[in-house]
Design a protein around this ligand. Structure first.
Ligand SMILES: Nc1ncnc2c1ncn2[C@@H]1O[C@H](COP(=O)(O)OP(=O)(O)O)[C@@H](O)[C@H]1O
Ligand SMILES: [Mg+2]
Length: 510
């Protein structure tokens, strides 16, 4: 069997690793924008090759797949799905594990996702409103902040998935009311507008939504459209520096295990989260009339108003969350992919190790995420035998293997180290011990988060969860889960839900 992967990050390296371990002994081919050293080696060891090319260009991908005589393609990142790569492959009769263009809208458009949730009255949603541009959003908020109390506590996001760039939590309602703060806000809106200008595939560019608070976690799933199989929960850590400080990144590291849930999420919350993901898959299939086959995930938050709540959806595996899940996966990955292709996922027994906790730590060059040009172009030195001796695994990310064998940084997340143990803290310590095995030969600095998997950070997550859980369970017991009554002076209590239905059916725009 010949299989081809798409994408050149640590997530794709981990997928290639599992393919290489499969009893089906597939020949492994790959297309990525960078020559990922790990994927390159796995392809070479498995009678295949890694070719560089544009992963969003259907012509390139289809030509390579046909040329190589590929039986099945697995798509790693989200952009190929947004660009209809799975659609193009399937048109050629090549099986593809990956959400097609129409279905991947659950990730591509955060606005369409919210509409879908409200139209189908699914649990785990947030109040929202969409706007064509930043100015419209800003005017609306200023005009309505008194009559719609929920606008006092919001986040403003690019409505399109833009790879972790641009979510802004506006903590301070005064931002909209005070002139001297106006300039700060206008500057933010302008930058948001500029970042969304590049995307022509979405109409509503700005999403304003209720600001939630609680512990975050990801639930990644496999689906053939009929069955959605959940995998162990993973928590990614988005902030660049220790204890959630610093700028937002694509993800600096993640934890999972030793079982299906996390130490601060209950089994019941897992089940509810899975139901939410199932509901979204079902709703988008109903809406489009298409069958979803591939990976899907909920980036979730436990919140006071709703319990498990969707922050955004993934139409693929998470990066780095995929590394945790795949490390725990015992079932042959090709068996899963075949069951998806044959729409037989309900008959598959998906198994994960329950003995190991998994910690992943991303290593990034100084400069990432804000000055990527400075983080780019540095020669990398890795002592792989030391990493192995410490019982850790290395997954290459945004790295490029040059002809002379030298690996060069690409400016984004360079690689991920993974450690396992019976619980999280020793797995984290194992990675810390081998961290000096990764360096840049020109002396430029690297950084990572030492706190991921530590007892201290776990305690912080647990504390947040324990503050939110009694509030949402109280609401649940009293039949008011999901209701948001706001107080407007001289008007009284108002329920903003009807405004959401207006938003989804879209008659008037203020
Ligand atoms: N409605 C919200 N309430 C609170 N925090 C949010 C909200 N939306 C996003 N965030 C925070 O911002 C981060 C990034 O937002 P997300 O929608 O996942 O966008 P991205 O595409 O950048 O990952 C989330 O992980 C979460 O911490
Ligand atoms: Mg996200």
């Amino acid at each position: 069997m010949r299989i081809m992967g798409i994408g050149g990050g640590a997530r794709e390296h981990a997928i290639a690793w599992k393919l290489g371990l499969s009893d089906h002994k597939p020949e492994i081919f790959w297309i990525a924008e960078n020559r990922n050293p790990g994927i390159h080696k796995i392809c070479r060891d498995n009678q295949g090759e890694l070719r560089t090319g544009r992963t969003t260009d259907a012509k390139t991908i289809v030509r390579s797949a046909r040329g190589w005589g590929i039986d099945m393609v697995v798509v790693g990142p989200e952009e190929p799905g947004f660009h209809g790569i799975p659609d193009a492959l399937e048109k050629e009769g090549i099986h593809c594990i990956g959400a097609t263009q129409e279905l991947s809208v659950i990730e591509r458009s955060k606005a369409d996702l919210r509409r879908l949730q409200w139209e189908n009255n699914l649990p785990g949603k947030l109040l929202f409103r969409t706007f064509k541009n930043a100015r419209e959003a800003s005017d609306y908020i200023r005009k309505n902040i008194e009559s719609q109390p929920w606008l006092q506590n919001i986040v403003i996001k690019p409505a399109r998935q833009s790879g972790g760039k641009g979510v802004k939590l506006i903590e301070d309602r005064q931002v909209y009311l005070h002139d001297e703060k106006e300039r700060f806000k206008e500057a933010y809106f302008d930058s948001l507008q500029a970042s969304m200008a590049a995307y022509s595939d979405i109409e509503d560019k700005i999403l304003v939504e209720e600001k939630a608070w609680g512990p975050e976690y990801s639930l990644q799933c496999f689906t053939d459209g009929k069955t959605v199989l959940g995998t162990p929960l993973v928590q990614d850590n988005k902030s660049a520096h220790e204890f959630d400080s610093g700028p937002e990144t694509g993800g600096m590291g993640s934890i999972s295990g030793p079982d299906m849930t996390l130490p601060f999420i209950t089994r019941e919350e897992y089940d509810k989260s899975l139901k939410i993901v199932e509901g979204i898959v079902e709703s988008i299939q109903k809406k489009t009339g298409k069958s979803y086959h591939g990976m899907v995930g909920g980036q979730m938050m436990l919140t006071e108003n709703e319990g498990p709540t969707v922050i955004e959806m993934y139409s693929r595996l998470g990066d780095p969350e995929a590394l945790n899940m795949l490390a725990m996966l015992k079932t042959d990955i090709i068996d899963i992919f075949q069951a998806i292709v044959e729409r037989q996922l309900s008959k598959l027994k998906l198994e994960f190790t329950s003995e190991d906790a998994v910690v992943v730590k991303v290593v990034a060059p100084n400069g990432y995420p804000e000055k990527r040009d400075k983080a780019k172009g540095h020669p990398v030195q890795v002592l792989e035998t030391n990493i192995k001796r410490n019982g850790c695994y290395l997954f290459w990310g945004n790295a490029d293997l040059h002809e002379d064998g030298q690996v060069i940084t690409g400016g984004s997340r360079l690689l991920a180290l993974m450690g396992t143990d019976h619980t999280l803290p020793p797995a984290s310590a194992r990675i810390e011990k081998t961290m000096s095995s990764v360096q840049l030969a020109d002396g430029w600095g690297l950084y990572h988060r030492s706190d991921i998997g530590s007892q201290q950070l776990l305690a912080k997550r647990q504390d947040v969860a324990e503050r939110v859980r009694p509030l949402y369970t109280y609401r649940e017991e009293h039949g008011i889960l999901g209701s948001r009554m706001g107080w407007v002076p001289r008007v009284g209590r108002i329920d903003p839900s009807h405004l959401m239905l207006q938003e989804t059916h879209g008659p008037e725009k203020a």
